[in-house]
Design a protein around this ligand. Structure first.
Ligand code: SF4
Ligand code: SF4
Length: 378
């Protein structure tokens, strides 16, 4: 572990997972398999105090997330508190259920930005993936209303085997809705996505086609739509700097108030996470064992330790290293320099090659994940 200098820079962003409740049941959801229940969620006053502490600490951006953040009755109050503190607020929403009714009040109290998820461009397919009938029309109405209200809109699409042939159609949808930004984010295999990896893994050839579609659209739509592309780890040469590097840029507060260096960090056994009801956010950022466990470079094994990319990707993802190498302190096997990389790539190739994808195991609160047929969502 590193000795932490008092000069550890402040985090830039805070992901506020206000609730794990969500009307959708996406099989790639990044939430943990053990979802927090409503009865354990932080109350309004505690969230407001946490946001005030975030502003004091130097955080600039608050990502109001979940689950579905508009499922909270106090979402407008919480967002207004961000605005009063001068924090840039980004609502990360599925755009369904009560989201539309809350949009105008959110704009009125100073919401800065909306990120709307879509599961696919084709409605039937989108609703099969998200596990909710009627969701697509609600999302489209919601997205149009965001633009009418003058709020900047980002569309987010998680890409996988079930929608990878729709990347061009998703780009067209973003243009039609008037989004300023589109995230084409290939699935990251943590949480529910790890559980569903065999159902979600695309082929390398399809990945290449999706990247080509994004590159062509970037040139065609320059000045009109910014397209961010997150490439899939299993086919990559180097891993991503997960959360911008462990304990470097982001904090993640769970619905029950646990503070994590990244949203999947709870999968790593033995890490001690501190809670907002027992410590201030600043104390957690600087002193909590979980934030210091993989901060910096001193913890790194070879080949990361002597690699000239070690301060670019910070050794990749600790949760992925645990899941794939059985050791959270190992080099992320997504890296081509990891001794396990060839095995991971072979695994991806063989999962993607199955003629029929396995059934999705949809995200559910409580109990074991329920298997459900891809073609027959409940
Ligand atoms: S990924 Fe899907 S299920 Fe998970 S929070 Fe987002 S909309 Fe809800
Ligand atoms: S060896 Fe480590 S630091 Fe170097 S590219 Fe791979 S994961 Fe990154």
């Amino acid at each position: 572990m590193n000795a932490i200098s008092p000069a550890v820079p402040a985090p830039i962003g805070l992901l506020a997972e206000l609730t794990h409740r969500c009307p959708l049941r996406c099989p790639y959801c990044s939430n943990p398999l053990e979802l927090d229940r409503r009865s354990g969620e932080l109350d309004t006053a505690t969230w407001q105090r946490v946001l005030s502490e975030a502003a004091e600490l130097g955080v600039l951006h608050i990502h109001l997330s979940g689950g579905e953040p508009t499922a909270r009755a106090d979402i407008v109050e919480i967002t207004g508190h961000c605005a009063r503190l001068g924090l840039y607020s980004n609502l990360i929403t599925s755009g369904v259920a009560g989201a539309l009714q809350k949009l105008e009040p959110l704009a009125d109290v100073g919401l800065d930005h909306v990120q709307l998820s879509v599961q696919a461009a084709d409605a039937a397919r989108a609703e099969r993936i998200g596990g909710l009938r009627g969701a697509q029309e609600q999302k489209l109405v919601f997205g149009r209303r965001v633009v009418e209200l003058g709020l900047p809109l980002t569309l987010n699409a998680v890409i996988h085997r079930g929608n990878i042939d729709e990347v061009q159609a998703i780009i067209d949808l973003a243009v039609e809705l008037g989004a300023r930004r589109l995230e084409i984010a290939h699935t990251q295999y943590y949480g529910w996505a790890y559980l569903n990896r065999a159902a979600l893994m695309p082929t390398r050839a399809d990945v290449a086609l999706s990247i080509a579609a994004v590159e062509a659209a970037r040139a065609r739509l320059a000045g009109r739509l910014v397209i961010d592309l997150v490439v899939p780890d299993y086919y990559a040469k180097y891993p991503k700097a997960c959360a911008g590097g462990w304990g470097r840029r982001l904090m993640n507060v769970t619905p029950a108030g646990k503070v994590l260096p990244c949203h999947a960090a709870e999968t790593i056994p033995g890490l001690e996470f501190w809670h907002v009801t027992e410590h201030s956010l600043g104390d957690i950022w600087h002193r909590s064992p979980a934030f210091n466990a993989y901060r910096g470079t001193d913890w790194m094994p070879e080949p990361c330790r002597s690699c000239d990319r070690r301060e670019l990707d910070w050794g990749g993802c600790r949760c992925q290293a645990l899941a794939l190498a059985g050791d959270a302190a190992a080099t992320d096997p997504a890296c081509s320099l990891s001794p396990l990389h060839a095995r991971i790539k072979d695994l991806a190739v063989s999962e993607a090659a199955t003629e029929v994808a396995p059934d999705y195991r949809y995200r559910v609160i409580g109990g074991a994940p329920a298997a459900a047929r891809q073609e027959e969502p409940a």
